[in-house]
Write a protein that binds this ligand. Structure first.
Ligand code: HEC
Ligand code: HEC
Length: 395
């Protein structure tokens, strides 16, 4: 039985016709219900002691005269009508008994119209017998005999929910008899068998052994999670290499969104011709080389997610880069720099071409602790082009 069974059943006791929704899953334990705490609606301090009779009395006494005027105590019959679960160890069974022959008669009369004379099922009603050794097939036939681990489920289910449409109309002896007959149909007992609350827990269901407590914590967890915590020779450091704002997970403004998207879809920047770059790297006075600047403009796309240059440039994730060469490090107005940048600013350090090249090649090594999360530019020619491009923007 793999699906939930939802049955609306009128409670048999009490003048009011209470509809009880019972659902039951045969391959699960019936979980212990916490005992309702009497007077749990009073102040917590008192409710805590409610277990001792004295405290319970005091608590009663502290209620307004006649209680809170809500509800009434459930009658024993009402509790009994509600408390019908039968557990795998037989707990909850009423006293009674019934044999296979009697069970057959009742079953034929009340059950076979849907489940078939031998539990083979009529039409699309559930099959109650057979299906042995089919559980490993693609289309297993799950019946009481082939699948259910506990006999208590049969008793509980039949009384709780069957016959369909007339739930809880059977007497305990009738349920014992039907249960005995269902065992017989599944070749678990002989035809002279009589089932009672006494021998109930002796019956062993064929598939019981295939149900066991969840042991994945021992059997599977160690395979995936190492219990050894690294205490020495561990990996040096874990570095954050990108920020969500750069990946544009959460754009701050519409403008930011447009810009980063553009930067993200751009092809890797083309690189300046080697010859040009060599001239540049020679520390020769920088002549504005349009080709080099163009290459630098292309390469700057990888910076655009964070930096702007030009007339309307504003600080973004990174500061505006206009006139950065020759400028004091970390000195753009209104930008909050990292400590290493602030220290450099305080010391009056300046962006020389050399220093900038070093920084762009490996920002985190050149300025340890920098907030510029950028892996760096590997290619010297590309760095030269970038610097030429940046130089073309005056402050
Ligand atoms: C009117 C048709 C009908 C009658 C009569 C009927 N049942 Fe059922 N029975 C059903 C239906 C429908 C289900 C499945 C309910 C569901 O899955 O929600 C079911 C489910 C069951 C199951 C659980 C089967 C499984 O593997 O999930 C058992 C056991 C059962 N019935 C026993 C009985 C017994 C015993 C009687 C007679 C006292 C009986 N039924 C009478 C229709 C009927
Ligand atoms: C992920 C965002 C990001 C990217 C991409 C990025 N930067 Fe930066 N950049 C910053 C931040 C943030 C700072 C400020 C560093 C600090 O305070 O530690 C900075 C600082 C700088 C500075 C120093 C500015 C000053 O005022 O001192 C320069 C120059 C610079 N970046 C150039 C570049 C270039 C060129 C690129 C592309 C090759 C680039 N950056 C890519 C975020 C970025």
């Amino acid at each position: 039985m793999s699906k939930f069974l939802k049955i609306f059943a009128p409670a048999s006791a009490g003048a009011a016709s209470v509809l009880t929704m019972a659902y039951f899953l045969a391959d699960q334990f019936v979980v212990d219900m916490p005992a309702p705490v009497r007077g749990a609606f009073v102040q917590p301090a008192q409710a805590q002691d409610a277990e001792t009779p004295v405290a319970a009395e005091q608590q009663q006494a502290s209620l307004p005269e006649g209680g809170l005027g809500l509800g009434r105590e459930a009658l024993p019959e009402e509790v009994a009508a509600w408390n019908i679960d039968v557990r795998p160890d037989g707990q909850g069974l009423p006293v009674g008994s019934g044999d296979v022959f009697t069970g057959e008669e009742i079953y034929i009369e009340k059950c076979s119209v849907c489940h078939g004379d031998f539990g083979e099922a009529r039409g699309r009603w559930p099959q109650l017998a057979g299906g042995m050794n089919t559980l490993t097939r693609d289309d297993p036939v799950k019946t009481i005999g082939s699948y259910w681990p506990y006999l208590s489920t049969v008793y509980d289910y039949v009384y709780r929910a069957m016959p369909f449409g007339e739930a809880q109309s059977l007497e305990p002896d009738e349920v014992y008899a039907i249960t005995a007959y269902l065992l017989y149909l599944n070749d678990i007992v002989d035809d002279d068998f009589e089932l009672s609350n006494e021998n109930f827990s002796e019956v062993e269901m064929p598939n019981a052994g295939n149900f066991f407590m969840d042991d994945r914590e021992e059997t599977e967890l160690p395979l995936f999670v190492s219990s050894d915590v690294c205490m020495e020779n561990c990996k040096d450091s874990v570095e954050i290499t990108m920020h969500a704002s750069v990946l544009d997970v959460t754009p701050e403004t519409e403008e930011a969104e447009a810009d980063t998207t553009e930067a993200a879809v751009t092809e890797p920047a083309p690189v300046a011709e080697p010859e040009t770059a060599v001239t540049e790297a020679d520390d020769a006075p920088v002549a504005a080389d349009p080709e080099l600047i163009a290459a630098g403009e292309a390469a700057f796309r990888q910076c655009q997610a964070c930096h702007q240059v030009g007339e309307d440039a504003v600080n973004r994730t990174g500061p505006v880069l206009n006139g950065v060469l020759g400028k004091t490090i970390g000195s753009v107005d209104g930008f909050r720099y990292s400590n290493v940048f602030e220290d450099a600013a305080d010391a009056g350090e300046v962006w020389t071409e050399e220093r900038l090249a070093e920084f762009l090649a490996n920002p985190r090594e050149a300025m340890s602790g920098t907030r510029m999360s950028f892996r760096g530019v590997r290619d010297d020619e590309e760095i030269a082009a970038l610097i030429a491009y940046l130089e073309s923007f005056a402050d």
